[in-house]
Design a protein around this ligand. Structure first.
Ligand code: ZN
Length: 62
């Protein structure tokens, strides 16, 4: 689980980050660094959004 220190320096978590900002930060973080897993709250929010997207679109191709 390497810590990508350069990425962390360039991408500090904003103070009082909104859920949107935290989700975006953790998505970018998971692509750049593996120092810690996504918190359950972020995983749950991503799952919730995927569900919302899937149920709002009638033209899924999968
Ligand atoms: Zn990290």
């Amino acid at each position: 689980m390497p810590l990508n220190a350069a990425w962390h320096k360039a991408h500090p978590m904003p103070k009082n980050a909104t859920l949107d900002e935290r989700v975006a930060w953790h998505l970018a973080h998971s692509a750049a660094c593996n120092c810690r897993p996504m918190p359950n709250s972020i995983v749950a929010e991503l799952a919730r959004r995927r569900t919302a997207l899937a149920s709002s679109g009638e033209t899924r191709k999968d």
